[in-house]
Each structure stands twice: as C-alpha cells, then as structure tokens.
Write a protein that binds this ligand. Structure first.
Ligand code: SF4
Ligand code: SF4
Length: 312
C-alpha cells in the first residue's frame, strides 16, 4: 500500500514500452503543467496545468452529437468540420464524451498515486529484462512535487529504476526532495545566453544552470539533453558556451543532442494556438556530425538521439 495513494496529480499520458526516455524499456508518465513556454515544444498540450480541448476537424463526421450538449454553445461547423469558440469554452469535456469519432478530446486528467504506480508495475518484467524502469516527463514533473515525490518513492520501494526528465527550473528544495529516489536526471538545457533564454522560453536560465551544477557536485547521475534548433541555439558561440559550461562541471555528464523535428507542429492548430517558430528546417546528418565534432574537444561523451556517431 502506498502512503497517501489517493492523492492526485494531473497527467496527460502514460506511454508504455518507451525506448527513448532513459535506459532499457520504460513506462513514461507525462505530467501536465510547465513553467516554460518554449516555442519549439513538441508537447504543447503539456504546458498548461489545466485540461485542454483538442479539436481534430478532419475526424468530424458532422453527426451533430456535440452541438446540443455544449452548455456554452461554443461549437459550430466550419468548412473543415467542427470548430470551437475558445473564448466561450470552459473545457468541461461534455462534447468529447458525446463525440463518436474522437474529433474532440480533453487532454489532461487527474490520477491518484495508486493508479499511476499500478500502471507502472505492470511492466516490471520488461524493466528487469532490459534494464529499464519508469520515466517522469511532461510538461515539467517538478511542477507537481508532492505527487512526483510520492510516485518516485513508491517505485523505489518496488526496486524500479526511475528517471526524471526536467527543464531544471524549480527551487533547489524541490530537487533535493526528489533526488534520493531519482536514479537518473534527464536534464534539458536550451540556451546559454540568459537574455535569449528568457525571450524564447519565458524564464532566465540562472536557476537552471545553478541546479545542474549542484546536482553534478553531489555526484547525481545525469544526462544533459539539448534539442538542436537551427537559428535558435546552434550558433558557434552558443554551442561553445554550452560545451564550456558542461565541461566545467565537477562531474561532467554525457550530452545527448536531439535534432529539432516538426512532429508536434500540427498539435498547435488542434489546440487553437500559433506555432511561433515558423518554418525552421530540421538539421541534417552532416550538421549534427559537425556539432558532435565541435563537442569532442570537451571532456564528456556526446551522442545524437542516444546513439554515438562514428568518426568521420
Ligand atoms: S469542452 Fe465543454 S464548453 Fe468546451 S466546447 Fe466542449 S462542451 Fe462546450
Ligand atoms: S460529435 Fe464529433 S463527429 Fe459529431 S459533429 Fe461533433 S465533433 Fe463532429
């Protein structure tokens, strides 16, 4: 029995058999709510702390089941299918329950600690076989510290390896609280220039860098993850500043470079938001190889998407 297992957190997904969120086969729990607003976020549905209505007009069969049940009269048909007036929508979810074709969906749900741990323990045999475990991602898991700490503790009590995928923007006290039950931090760094960091993510980076320094000093197992975004953080100056910083840490952690991709772009439309990055093109293999070569001068291993690139 998990202490306080009826306490709740808000998540938007649980993905089983994940292979890119830490070692081995993992179950990844995606927390809802994040203090940053990165324009390139591929999980924009994770940013707000509250449930959100996702609209997929192309799935709409024009059956009208939703129109009559909306208490706010926020729904109507447009040329493409169903359309929502977001200034009226209260995100109550009534329409989503009435829709037979998932053209309307509420993203984000409250879950108890017991339910979450129950979902994670289903795949213990796969974790044991592959050296995997549970990863807590988002959104920002540290933004729900009580829930996160309780689920981490419950995983550890069951011998399950844990990873926390974080942007690092949290009071040190929060990190210190979850640290002992966290086997691995997947620590995202965005930009070294604090002014541009604030401009592009909504917050400066001083606290993020300070927390990373402290974790490294304490010998915490870390992987620094950097989404490489052309025109945003791939200048020579930015990359060198990042290399110098990570290389200067007490225990320099490995750096995993994640090439920017556009997989999440369509989600912005479905949430009624603007994709602020416009037409940025993903970096090609040659560009990633150049960046890897640049980082080889520092005393830490570099991978791309978790894979080492060969010498070329
Ligand atoms: S979530 Fe509620 S308020 Fe919003 S469109 Fe659906 S039924 Fe109407
Ligand atoms: S209930 Fe679903 S399929 Fe029917 S009109 Fe509404 S959005 Fe379209």
């Amino acid at each position: 029995m998990v202490r306080g297992e009826m306490e709740e957190g808000v998540i938007f997904d649980i993905k089983r058999f994940a292979i890119h969120d830490g070692p081995g086969i993992r179950t990844t729990v995606f927390f809802k709510g994040c203090p940053l607003r990165c324009g390139w976020c591929h999980n924009p549905e994770s940013q707000g702390a509250e449930p959100e209505l996702v609209v997929r007009p192309s799935r709409c069969q024009r059956c009208s089941s939703c129109l009559g049940v909306c208490p706010e009269r926020a729904l109507s048909f447009s040329g493409e299918g169903i359309s929502v007036d977001r200034s009226r929508c209260t995100r109550c979810g009534t329409c989503a329950r009435a829709c037979p074709s998932q053209a309307l969906e509420i993203v984000g749900r409250a879950v108890t600690i017991g339910d979450t741990v129950g979902e994670i323990v289903r795949d213990v045999p796969f974790y044991d076989e592959s050296g995997g475990g549970a990863t807590f991602s988002g959104g920002e898991p540290l933004w729900q510290p009580d829930f996160l700490a309780a689920v981490l503790r419950a995983c550890h009590e069951r011998g399950i390896h844990t990873a926390v995928d974080t942007c690092g923007f949290a009071p040190w006290e929060t990190i210190a609280r979850v640290r002992e039950a966290t086997d691995l931090f997947l620590y995202d760094l965005k930009l070294m220039d604090s002014g541009r960091h604030a401009e592009l993510t909504g917050v400066p980076n001083a606290l993020i860098l300070e927390n990373l320094e402290r974790l490294s000093r304490l010998g915490q197992t870390l992987i620094v993850r950097v989404a490489v975004i052309p025109g945003i953080n791939d200048s020579e100056r930015e990359l060198r500043a990042l290399g110098e910083f990570v290389g200067s840490l007490r225990n320099p952690p490995p750096v995993d470079l994640l090439p920017y991709h556009r997989i999440g772009v369509g989600k912005y439309t479905r949430l009624g938001r603007l994709y602020r990055l416009g037409e940025v093109t993903p970096p090609d293999e040659e560009r990633m190889a150049q960046i890897v070569r640049l980082f080889r001068r520092y005393e830490f291993p570099v991978t791309v998407g978790g894979e080492a690139l060969g010498d070329d």
